[in-house]
Ligand binder design. Structure first.
Ligand SMILES: Nc1ncnc2c1ncn2[C@@H]1O[C@H](COP(=O)(O)OP(=O)(O)OP(=O)(O)O)[C@@H](O)[C@H]1O
Ligand SMILES: [Mg+2]
Length: 325
């Protein structure tokens, strides 16, 4: 049996509120193979980003790891010390965020920020590290890297800044890239370029991707497998191509139905989107049973009372719905 690159097993993230502790995420399990692209999708607030932060060892109060195991290449890291996690971050697991401006240091030229990775993680001298930084900028196709290397983040466009973030993240050849809504802040055309660039560089280097987005279409295009989260739990996971053909959870069906379809657009002259009615409940108000039950078109009494168990789907998929099958 091969050991997955990342195995998240029964992850629980605790949120300390006033007087009570809530499970912001619970019972979340997934695996990512070496070099595989894996997608995590779901509406705003469902727990995607904090799941990513847990993997990176970056949960901070009021959030904390409440339980479960996170293993990188078979080695459990959920109890690793801050110093050990700092060593892993950048070198073996790297993350890019939605807004590169907040992740980049505004007072430091971008070349230096890339070079720092080589100095910190590979013990390189600054001269060699700056040469490597220029090469890294060239790889992410920043034009005139020999000049851009001296630019400060504010001198670059949003798309260029995200390219710099990708260069920093991939500098030391990590095994896993965690990309949390990496293109949401960008124009649509730039979005596609950045996604293609990320996918291409990761494929070339054999880097696995944990791609996080609210956009099922984007994730399914890029990833081999997709997990759908709702209100802190994974409700379904499937191979990306199967999720459109056979969405099995009513929430996933809602997501699939809300995607614009080319055929419908041309027929009606404009795209028709069906939205899932209602909103994601807040953590303190999660309903009993299946958390999707207040919005679910197929709800019955059992849904309001019991948490649905995972039912296996073909090709190692699973769905958590009382009415599946
Ligand atoms: N620092 C924090 N303090 C308190 N609550 C938090 C904190 N960070 C996240 N949460 C809560 O945890 C839940 C999950 O948040 P998370 O940011 O993971 O959602 P998300 O799926 O990434 O949403 P989005 O698509 O908007 O990025 C939300 O209810 C959010 O309000
Ligand atoms: Mg988020």
């Amino acid at each position: 049996m091969t050991v997955p690159l990342l195995k998240v097993d029964n992850l629980r993230i605790a949120l300390a509120g006033d007087g009570a502790t809530y499970n912001a995420v619970e019972n979340v399990s997934f695996e990512i193979g070496r070099g595989e692209a894996f997608g995590l999708v779901g509406e705003s607030g469902c727990g995607k980003s904090i799941t990513a932060l847990a993997v990176m060892g970056l949960l901070r109060r009021p959030l904390s790891l409440g339980g479960g195991r996170i293993a990188l290449d078979g080695e459990e890291i959920q109890d690793a010390s801050p110093a050990e996690m700092r060593r892993l971050r950048g070198k073996r697991i790297a993350m890019i965020f939605q807004e590169p401006m907040t992740a980049l240091n505004p007072l430091s030229p971008v070349g230096k920020q890339i070079a720092e990775m080589f100095v910190l993680h590979e013990g390189m001298g600054w001269n060699e590290a700056m040469d490597r930084a220029e090469e890294a900028l060239r790889q992410v196709r920043v034009p005139s890297p020999e000049r851009r290397i001296k630019d400060y983040p504010h001198q670059l466009s949003g798309g260029m800044r995200q390219r710099v973030m990708i260069a920093i993240a991939l500098a030391c050849g990590p095994d896993l890239l965690v990309a949390d809504e990496p293109t949401t802040a960008l124009d649509v055309t730039v979005q596609a370029e950045i996604i293609d660039l990320m996918a291409e560089l990761c494929a070339a280097k054999g880097t696995a991707i944990l791609m996080i987005s609210h956009d099922l279409g984007l994730v399914a295009n890029m990833c081999k497998r997709v997990a759908v989260m709702y209100a802190g739990r994974i409700v379904e996971s499937q191979a990306a191509e199967a999720i459109f053909a056979t969405p099995s959870h009513p929430y996933t069906r809602g997501l699939v139905d809300s995607l614009p379809r080319l055929g419908e657009r041309s027929k009606r002259g404009r795209q028709r989107l069906r939205e899932i009615s209602g909103v994601v409940p807040s953590i303190a108000a999660y309903p009993a049973g299946c958390r999707f039950n207040p919005r679910c078109p197929s709800v019955t009494d059992v849904c309001r009372e019991m948490v649905p168990e995972a039912t296996p789907l073909p090709a190692e998929g699973l769905v958590r719905c009382h009415h599946h099958g």
